[in-house]
Ligand binder design. Structure first.
Ligand SMILES: Cc1ncc(COP(=O)(O)O)c(C=O)c1O
Length: 395
């Protein structure tokens, strides 16, 4: 048996750290003592080189204005070349204080109020919020679920892309919450439809490094020069290395004209760089933490197997939608025969477990729940046991 260098089994007390997950959940749901398994961060320590980089920079003690180091760009470029075979040029890179701000700037730069933006539901809730908050309209291209596997509906996408106000598509690659890692072929079909209809693709690739063995993440922009010229890619080391609160992301834009438009919007928000820890953190992450990531992925896969086995044995009415990537697992509760209110009651009141409820991911999400498995196995086991007990008692 492989022995982890990093002890992902260690339970770390995250309470009293202003953690959204561990300190914010009860307040958010107005309930007490919920076990939080909804927010998409991990209950693991970040890799040591990142912690050391932050300490070193903090110990300098002067936190005046900074810019991003040349090594920041080198580390990012090398990572995507080495791990994902995608050559990025330095001039394509814009930093952003998060992937969501990067998406929102893109929406502002490349569409007008009232324009339609295509999304593939059920999908990550903030996509809808970004569209609405910018006074754009969502245009749904629902994913199709067949035999426990989500697929894109290209016939529907072709029809939607022809809409005269359709201007952008926000692609989630890999997809949250279904865990699909889109294949090169799927992305080619999608990209061609978008090119034919002059739809610009805004690809959120934040989960790109968390893909299970047997599957492969394809950077949308790496497929062809035509695609590269028709897309904006948003990515970040935040999910990969569990550093989302450091607010560090990148928006990659190969097309020079699009860069000019994007830059104008970004400047208008006075976003020109990141915090003073960003350079050393990203350098440490992308230069020194590859081994940690590979071991993390082994642990996540073991957690996934644990969850699948547990559910199959104890509560087979719940169907696990097998994720190909991400540490988020989409569970189909419909076989239990409860309505959504009953499921909420079972989970939040009886089991005292906070999952992310499926209906929040839009049409097609009702009857599903999203669980985060990036936690020590003991916590995962505790959560699952509470859920099974509550379902049995409720039945
Ligand atoms: C698909 C996706 N995009 C964006 C984010 C959030 O990105 P950020 O915190 O960098 O704004 C998440 C977080 O869960 C996510 O799952």
């Amino acid at each position: 048996m492989k022995v982890n260098h990093w002890n992902f089994d260690e339970v770390i007390d995250r309470k009293n750290t202003c953690s959204s997950k561990w300190d914010g959940t009860d307040r958010f749901f107005q309930k007490k003592n919920l076990l939080p398994m909804w927010v998409a961060d991990m209950d693991f320590l970040s890799p040591r080189p990142i912690i050391d980089a932050i300490i070193r920079r903090a110990e300098h003690g002067v936190f005046g204005y900074t810019f991003l180091s040349p090594e920041y760009y080198k580390a990012l470029i090398n990572w995507f070349q080495r791990r994902h075979n995608w050559p990025i040029e330095k001039k394509w890179i814009f930093s952003a204080p998060g992937v969501l701000p990067g998406l929102s700037f893109s929406v502002q730069a490349f569409s007008k109020p009232g324009d339609k933006i295509i999304v593939q539901n059920p999908v990550y809730t903030p996509f809808y919020q970004i569209i609405k908050n910018n006074a754009r309209k969502r245009l749904l291209n629902p994913l199709k679920l067949s035999n426990g596997h989500y697929e894109m509906d290209f016939k529907d996408l072709r029809a939607k892309a022809r809409h005269p106000r359709a201007k952008l598509m926000i692609l989630c690659n890999p997809h949250n919450p279904t865990g699909r890692v889109w294949t090169r072929e799927e992305l080619i079909t999608l990209g061609e439809i978008c090119l034919e209809n002059q739809i610009l693709v805004i690809a959120d690739e934040i989960h790109c490094d968390l893909v299970y063995s047997g599957y492969k993440y394809t950077p949308f922009a790496s497929i062809s020069d035509e695609f590269a010229q028709n897309c904006i890619i948003c990515n970040s080391p935040s999910k990969t290395f569990n550093i989302p609160s450091l607010k560090l992301a990148n928006v990659i834009i190969p097309n020079a004209q699009l860069r000019t438009k994007f830059s104008r919007i970004r400047q208008s928000h006075h976003i020109t760089t990141l915090n003073c820890f960003a350079s050393s953190v990203l350098e440490a992450a992308y230069n020194e933490c590859e081994e940690w990531l590979d071991e993390l992925k082994v642990y996540l896969k073991e957690n996934l197997e644990f969850l699948k086995h547990f559910i199959k044995e104890k509560i087979p009415e719940i169907k696990v939608i097998e994720p190909e990537g991400t540490y988020l697992v989409w569970l189909d509760f419909r076989g239990l025969g409860f309505d959504s209110k009953e499921i909420t009651k079972i989970l939040f009141d009886n089991a005292k477990v906070a999952l992310w409820e499926g209906h929040l991911f839009g049409k097609g999400g009702t009857g599903f729940e999203r669980i985060n498995i990036a936690c020590p196995r003991s916590i995962l086991s505790e959560g699952l046991n509470r859920i099974v007990k509550a379902i049995k008692e409720f039945s």
